[in-house]
Design a protein around this ligand. Structure first.
Ligand code: HEM
Length: 884
């Protein structure tokens, strides 16, 4: 058995495939939440574990003859020392220690070229010592220490070899890697200019070959550089142009000017997007210009390493993306071979069947005699994927000076973005500010702004917003095109990634792949299925009664605040259980509010910007996560079927009585392992955010509409008398028979949908209603605008529950009523939400009479889930009092 760590990263995914093809038995260690696609359908023993956990690592290593340790936390950030050190250095120590204890015969550890020193005037070799006093990133430093760990382990008798990677390109890139993202951007027309320079690249298949050779022939305690060839950015542009069929960007920016521009951009960026990973930094431009080279003579002589060609690797990478639907499938032209390079390897005979290339390009600048500097932006570490470093950052800088840079820095660099030219939908008149677009009007009242624009321009139009090109589309046909689009073309996950700090890293919209996200919410889907709903309704009824029991006989309440408390209790008990609700008590509504207030426009720009709302969001999340963690720990200690996992009123032993935490704790990953605790926690928090406030708001709007149309109240009470005997508990069957109530809630959904904007990110060029939508655009639809279209709903501003009755049923037109979305991402909580709102109003209408205190309850559009503006006060009188 062979263990591969980091098996779902770019190198890992290729290495595992090669080992399987060689007939090896492979165990793959992957971190929790890693992309399922990388290993999907492969006959590997998948084991989930964190490198920082010595026990998990030891369990993975046990029984293996050899280990490939490819996992690493890759980052270009100047921050995050602790985590990067813990994953890379201590994680490697754990692997090596476990290997020693379990008698593993050999370990190959993936190293980074960024940790190799640089000698003036020649290509770097294994002998060049790292210069410790340069401005290195925590990642580079960690990879130097990884090499030290390997040396120590070798000195203690373990056979360990370091296989050093340069910038990787090639197939099976599922995350995708940085180099893969550059290729995708090129294919989607998002690279508009580049800076000349050059890099060492390694074809992922050469890197795999190098790892196998290092395992077989490498000397213990030694390292071997593995590169395929040095490529200039010009050459790389030509290769990309050949495989994608797109022209290479015409703008070739002078490096000195770009360094100045990068310097100018630093100030605004540090204010606007302090946590966004920056690529366009002066240091990165300098690095690009230094054209650092690697000499792989040692690998060739000792290991017999025979690199192939980057041209082939680029072609394979493109084909693999095309197979996965991420880029257009086309007859990929085989890029022209190039003559051999200038260094040690050029004297070698060409390997059979290789397209060893030649590139006579001389470095445009002399190699700098100092260590290359790396970008030093304060960003969050990226996910562990592959063993690369500052090199690829330089490359990205070389390639990306268009839209993304504009977004990062807030500066239009004078390069027009490709998106803007290519969108064919009518544009809103350019009366707004560049880059910001119609932000002030949109922020104040997005529904009014979009409605007015639709009246002027039509159902589909485009406008810039915070540096992002937005295509807005309205009407059932447009909705069908958006909701039914493939995730690889219009991505929901990419559009909502700014919610990642709420779900947690690798969870929900931040899951590594769409399949991973589906797998995470699948247990919730079944927990919200019809067999469980009766038990939830009993919780709902109990919570509404418990709350109203505190009300004096008559008085004034803030309806939104009351319904918020009730839905907090219902959501908490149904999702996490009563013990959590009891433990958190009155704190919960505040914590949920602070969590939800973190969903705002600023998040689209930088979800971690240092603004008070985001700080409150993060504090609230931490407090909720900690408390959920304690409940999980208690539940895990107790035998399954413990009482707290059963909702009040449920029949003993019925699966239908379990809260959703119990369902998640019982759920298994595809490998049969329990779901890791942090994923369970993240999913529950995500569900709270998805369901609680929106239910409270829908319930409030239902109440406000009934207050404004009091004629419906006696009709609703008459319906209740027919369907719900006094003293008997509510249930799903009873609620379903309340058709008028159902239609009133549906009118609330139509007139005041809690989610007013739904979004998708275009990952490939596509069309909507015949208009071209380039990759990178944000596609937006609005239930609030669509529900007031007179072409779809007669007299759309009128409250008219009879529109859903026999003979009319306007909502049945596909994708006309979209308050809960549509297509494959339609809300999984729709039945739960409807039952909740209907239960709330069944009980409230039975218990009290209500009257408005205000002549109007206008929506407050300052939040993502607009409710009636505060205070939403209403007067009530308990009905028993009324009758007495
Ligand atoms: C009145 C209450 C609710 C409203 C108005 C609402 C609305 C929506 C909408 C519009 C979407 C689709 C988003 C899109 O396509 O971009 C959605 C998705 C979702 N909702 Fe709800 N929701 C409500 C309650 C709930 C509840 C109670 C839960 C769970 C407890 C829930 C869980 C989800 C989840 C997990 C998704 C994502 C589904 C997917 O992407 O496959 N929602 N919701």
């Amino acid at each position: 058995m062979i263990l591969v760590t980091g098996a779902s990263g770019h190198l890992g995914a290729n290495l595992v495939r090669r080992l399987l093809a060689d007939g090896q038995d492979v165990r793959a260690l992957v971190r929790p939440g890693s992309p399922a696609g990388a290993l999907a359908g492969l006959a590997v023993h998948r084991t989930v574990g964190d490198l920082r956990d010595p026990a998990a690592v030891a369990a993975a290593v046990e029984g293996c003859e050899s280990v490939y340790h490819c996992a690493a936390r890759v980052s270009t950030a100047a921050r995050g020392h602790r985590e990067i050190h813990a994953v890379n250095v201590l994680g490697t120590r754990n692997v090596l220690e476990a290997a020693r204890q379990h008698g593993v015969s050999r370990v190959v550890v993936t190293g980074s070229f960024s940790a190799t020193g640089q000698a003036p005037g020649r290509a770097g070799t294994e002998r060049d010592l790292h210069y410790p006093f340069g401005p290195h990133t925590p990642y580079t430093r960690s990879k130097v220490l990884v090499e030290h760990e390997c040396c120590k382990a070798a000195a203690q008798g373990l056979e360990v070899v370091v296989a050093v990677s340069t910038a990787i390109i090639g197939p099976h890139d599922y995350v995708p890697s940085r180099m893969g993202r550059v290729l995708l951007d090129f294919a989607h027309g998002r690279l508009l200019a580049y800076i000349p320079g050059g890099f060492e690249f390694v074809s992922v298949q050469d890197l795999v070959q190098g790892h196998l050779l290092a395992m077989e022939r490498g000397l213990s305690g030694h390292k071997y550089l593995l590169s395929t060839e040095f490529c200039t950015v010009d050459r790389m542009m030509d290769l990309y142009a050949q495989v994608t069929g797109r022209p290479k960007p015409r703008l070739r920016m002078p490096a000195p000017a770009m360094e100045t521009l990068a310097r100018l951009a630093e100030g605004p960026r540090s204010v606007l997007t302090p946590h966004r990973e920056a690529r366009f930094t002066p240091a990165a431009v300098r690095f690009l210009r230094s054209e650092r080279r690697a000499d792989c003579t040692l690998s060739r002589e000792v290991l017999g390493y025979r690199p192939t060609s980057i041209a082939t690797a680029v072609e394979q990478a493109y084909r693999c993306f095309a197979d996965r639907g991420l880029v257009e499938r086309r007859g990929v032209a085989t890029p022209a071979p190039r003559p051999a390079g200038r260094r040690g390897r050029e004297a070698e005979p060409e390997p059979e069947g290789s397209a060893m290339a030649t590139e006579p390009t001389e470095p445009t600048e002399p190699t700098e005699p100092t260590e290359p500097t790396e970008p030093t932006e304060p960003t969050e570490p990226t996910e562990p994927t592959e063993p690369t470093g500052g090199l690829e950052t330089g490359l990205e800088t070389g390639l990306e000076t268009g839209l993304e840079t504009g977004l990062e820095t807030g500066l239009e660099t004078g390069l027009e973005t490709g998106n803007r030219k290519a969108i064919t939908a009518p544009r809103l008149p350019d009366r707004h500010l560049p880059w910001l677009g119609p932000l002030p009007a949109f922020h104040r009242d997005p529904v009014a702004m979009l409605r007015a624009a639709r009246e002027r321009v039509g159902d589909t139009f485009a406008f810039p917003l915070l540096g992002q090109e937005v295509v807005f589309a309205c009407g059932p046909e447009a909705h069908a095109e958006v909701f039914e689009a493939d995730e690889a073309i219009l991505s929901q996950r990419e559009a909502y990634r700014f919610m990642a700090p709420i779900f947690g890293s690798g969870i929900g919209f931040d899951a590594a792949t769409p399949e991973e996200m589906d797998a995470q919410i699948a247990p919730m889907r079944s927990a919200l299925g019809s067999r469980n709903l009766d038990a939830y309704v009993r919780t709902m009824e109990a919570e509404v009664r418990a709350r109203t029991a505190h009300w004096p006989a008559q008085g004034e309440i803030d309806l939104l605040a009351e319904l918020n408390r009730i839905t907090v209790a219902i959501t908490t008990c149904s999702l996490i259980g009563e013990e959590f609700h009891r433990r958190m008590g009155p704190e919960l509504p505040r914590l949920y509010r602070e969590l939800e207030s973190g969903i705002r426009l600023a998040g689209m720009l930088s979800p971690k910007a240092p603004i008070p709302a985001f700080r409150r969001r993060d504090r609230a999340r931490a407090a909720i996560a900690e408390a959920i963690g304690e409940v999980i720990a208690e539940r895990r200690r107790r035998p399954p079927g413990g009482e707290s996992a059963v909702l009040p009123g449920s029949s003993a032993g019925a699966t239908g009585g379990q809260d959703m935490l119990a369902v998640l704790l019982a759920a298994r990953t595809p490998d049969g392992d329990p779901m890791p605790d942090h994923i369970v926690t993240g999913i529950l928090i995500g569900m709270i955010v998805a369901g609680q406030l929106s239910s409270a708001v829908l319930a409030t709007w239902t109440g406000v509409l009934l207050l404004r149309h009091p004629d419906y109240v006696p009709l609703l009470r008459a319906e209740q008398e027919e369907t719900w005997a006094p003293g008997s508990p509510l249930g799903t069957r009873t609620l379903r028979r309340m058709e008028l109530l159902d239609n009133c809630v549906r009118e609330a959904e139509r007139l005041h949908p809690p989610l007013i904007l739904l979004m998708r990110k275009a990952l490939s060029d596509t069309t909507i209603r015949g208009h071209h939508v380039p990759a990178g655009s944000l596609v937006m639809i609005s239930p609030a605008v669509a529900h007031r279209m007179p072409e779809v709903f007669a007299h759309p501003d009128r409250f008219d529950p009879s529109r859903y009755g026999t003979g009319r049923a306007e909502h049945r037109r596909p994708y006309a009523l979209i308050g809960f979305g549509g297509g494959k991402h339609r809300c999984i909580g729709v039945a739960f939400a409807y039952l909740q709102v209907k239960t709330v109003w069944s009980v409230l209408l039975r218990e009290a009479d209500f009257r408005p205190t205000r002549s109007a309850y206008p929506p407050d559009y300052s939040t993502f889930v607009p409710a009636p503006a505060a205070p939403c006060t209403v007067r009530y009188r308990k009905r028993s009092t009324t009758s007495s």
